[in-house]
Design a binder for this molecule. Sequence first.
Ligand SMILES: C[S@@+](CC[C@H](N)C(=O)[O-])C[C@H]1O[C@@H](n2cnc3c(N)ncnc32)[C@H](O)[C@@H]1O
Length: 360
Amino acid sequence: MAPAALNKKKVTKSQKPPAQKKQKKEVFTAKPPKKHDISDDSDSPTEEIVDHEGLFEEENEEDGFDSHSEASSDGDDPFTDDFLQGGDDEEEGSGSGSGSDSDSDSDSDESDIEKKSRAIDEERAREEEEAGAEMQLNIKEESDEFRLPTKEELQEEARQPPDLPNLQRRIKEIVRVLSNFNSLRQEGAQRKDYVEQLRVDLGSYYGYNEFLIGVLVEMFPVVELMELIEAFEKPRPICLRTNTLKTRRRDLADVLLNRGVNLDPLSKWSKVGLVVYDSQVPIGATPEYMAGFYMLQSASSFLPVMALAPQEKERIVDMAAAPGGKTTYIAALMKNGGLHRWEDNLHCCSYEKQRDDLRK
Ligand SMILES: C[S@@+](CC[C@H](N)C(=O)[O-])C[C@H]1O[C@@H](n2cnc3c(N)ncnc32)[C@H](O)[C@@H]1O
């Protein structure tokens, strides 16, 4: 069945690492390289990054494996050397025919091994202690009081090209302070000082004009604001809307699947939308598209029409409606019985008429 096939493909597609993982990697990269430095000097930086991603995807398993493999690899070399030497000694010892010598040799071998083993344990304990101290230092640095930049610092910054990592860090810090303002605020600083700096930094970092970022900052609490802005950075999925005057979504999906379009129903909230992951044919030039079986339309553009909930025989005016995505959706919901004003011309809008107009 089509939906099963679609879902399968969706899973493959959704295996892309989520943006959050990136952050995780950034936060943690400071520590794990130790293992790589020791175990394999020849690793290229790229390989290291790949390894880290793997590491944090299966954190627990890897941690367990990691310490084990580290222990055995660290331990292997000295022990191997030892046993080899020990083997030679033993042979020499037995060659001399002195049983007590042999015993004492083997005793001293044993104590050698013990010594080396103890040295390795001590070395490891020291390393762990150092790593712990380093981690504490990092935690302390992160939790150190964040201070807003002074006027002079801002003036100096303004003379330089934008320092994006610094802006990103400051945005993160301001969000952190605003999320727990009473405990983390800088003495004497007001919430509005942080919000103002956040507004400026978000504008510079993400390239918003003052008006738009000002509206967004006023409109949303800080956590939602960040979620929204980060969502704006992600590419929109390609969606199409079934023209229910001509076909059913399921039938359209089947036909497109057969053409090599990898798609799924858009979401529970839409009965007409399909989301396209990838396609072996240009999605805007299939025979079905040319025949008006679907319209390429962002999922978000479905929503105003759904909110409007147009009914048959209503009169709906859609001003400045080109290219007509919402208007044709309205027309479909009105079963082609509506009257729409479209741009400067009055059209008695059948779906086909609008579509034909679109092509002119
Ligand atoms: C954002 S689009 C509308 C999209 C449409 N609602 C849809 O879903 O397909 C706005 C359209 O209005 C047109 N437009 C902007 N100002 C206009 C004006 N003063 N008079 C007529 N059309 C205008 C633009 O050229 C553009 O085609």
